[in-house]
Unconditional design. Structure first.
Length: 326
C-alpha cells in the first residue's frame, strides 16, 4: 500500500513541528557541539586536549563575569553600554592605587566606585526616566575620556604587587583561579535569579513593570540594584584583567562590550526560547570561547576571524529564531 502525496507531505511536516521546540531550545547547543566536533577533527591532537579545554575556560572567564551582570540588566529590560568602560577605568584605577594603599582596600575602593556608577545609571534611567541606552552610552563616553585623561594614554606598570597578579594568574589543581571565579559567580547568580524573591522581582519587572507595581514590587529599586550589579561585576572584571596583565591598560576592556552582548543574546536563544537567563549566558560564553579558540588553532588570519565569528553568530541566532517562530 502506497502513501498518497498528501500523506507523504504530512509526515515530514509532523516531524518538523515536533523538532521545532527542540531546535528552538537546543539549537545553539547543537551548533556548539558541531563546532567542537569540527575543530577536534581538524586539530585532533590539540583542540580536544585537556590543556586546551582549560585554556578555553581561562579565556572566557572574564567575559563570563561581565556577561553575568549584563544578563541581570537585560532581564530587567535595560541596556548597560557602560560595562566595558567601567572595566577599563577600574583596571586603571586599581593599578594606580596599589602602590599607595593596601591591595584589598584598593579593590574595595574601586568596587565602591562601581556601585556609584551603577547608581548614576539607575537614577537617570529608572527614576528620571531617560532611556538606559542614552544614559549608559553617555556614562561610557565620560569614563573613556576620564581614563585617557588620567593615564595620558599610557599603561600603568609601576609597583604592581605579586599578590595582586596572583589573583588572576594563580592556579589550583592546574585550573586557573579565573575559572573558579567565573563558575562561582555563575552559580551564585543562577541561584539568586532563579530561586530567590529578588529573582522573581527581576523577571516580574522585566516582563511587565505595570503589573509588578500593582503587585507591590518597586520597579525603580529593582532596576537600581540591577544596574549596580552590572557595574560591580564589570568593575571586578577590570580589576582581574589588570591583575592578569600586571598593569592598568587604558584600552584593555574595549573588546568586552560586543562579546558580552553576543554571549547574552546567544544564551537567550537557548533553553527558554528568547528569554534572557544566566544558564543560557554560560552557554553563549562557551560558544564564543570555542569559536575563537578553534579559529586561532586553525591559524585563520585575524581579519578573517572577525568575518567568520560574525557570520557564525548571526547564523546560530537566526537558526534558533526561525525554529522558534515556526
Amino acid at each position: 500500500m502506497t502513501l498518497s502525496r498528501r500523506n507523504r507531505i504530512a509526515i515530514p511536516s509532523k516531524i518538523i513541528r515536533r523538532m521545532n521546540p527542540i531546535l528552538s531550545r537546543y539549537g545553539i547547543i547543537a551548533v556548539l557541539l558541531l563546532l567542537f566536533t569540527i575543530f577536534s577533527i581538524l586539530r585532533p591532537g590539540i583542540f580536544p586536549s585537556v590543556g586546551n579545554l582549560i585554556t578555553i575556560f581561562k579565556q572566557i572567564a572574564l567575559l563570563g563575569i561581565i556577561s553575568t551582570g549584563l544578563t541581570v540588566c537585560l532581564i530587567l529590560g535595560d541596556f548597560d553600554l557602560s560595562i566595558a568602560a567601567v572595566a577599563t577605568w577600574s583596571g586603571v584605577l586599581v593599578a594606580s592605587l596599589l602602590p599607595l594603599i593596601n591591595m584589598w582596600v584598593a579593590i574595595v575602593a574601586v568596587l565602591s566606585m562601581a556601585v556609584g556608577v551603577g547608581l548614576v545609571n539607575g537614577f537617570f534611567s529608572a527614576m528620571v526616566g531617560i532611556s538606559p541606552f542614552i544614559v549608559t552610552l553617555a556614562v561610557q563616553t565620560m569614563l573613556r575620556g576620564l581614563t585617557l585623561w588620567y593615564t595620558g594614554g599610557y599603561s600603568l606598570y609601576s609597583d604592581i604587587p605579586r599578590a595582586f597578579v596572583n589573583l588572576a594568574r594563580g592556579t589550583f589543581l592546574s585550573v586557573p583561579y579565573l575559572v573558579y571565579y567565573m563558575l562561582f559567580i555563575f552559580l551564585v547568580f543562577y541561584t539568586v535569579i532563579n530561586h530567590s524573591s529578588f529573582g522573581k522581582k527581576v523577571y516580574a519587572v522585566g516582563g511587565n513593570p505595570i503589573a509588578s507595581r500593582y503587585s507591590g514590587i518597586s520597579a525603580v529599586r529593582t532596576r537600581l540594584v540591577g544596574f549596580m550589579i552590572s557595574s560591580v561585576l564589570a568593575s571586578l572584571t577590570g580589576i582581574l584583567l589588570a591583575a592578569r596583565l600586571s598593569s592598568g591598560q587604558p584600552r584593555a576592556g574595549e573588546g568586552l562590550l560586543l562579546n558580552a552582548f553576543a554571549a547574552v543574546f546567544l544564551g537567550a536563544a537557548t533553553f527558554h526560547g528568547g528569554r534572557f537567563h544566566v544558564a543560557g549566558t554560560l552557554v553563549g560564553v562557551l560558544f564564543i570561547g570555542v569559536l575563537n579558540n578553534g579559529l586561532v588553532i586553525l591559524g585563520i588570519p585575524f581579519y578573517l576571524q572577525y568575518v567568520i565569528q560574525g557570520t557564525v553568530l548571526v547564523l546560530a541566532i537566526a537558526a534558533s529564531g526561525v525554529a522558534r517562530k515556526a
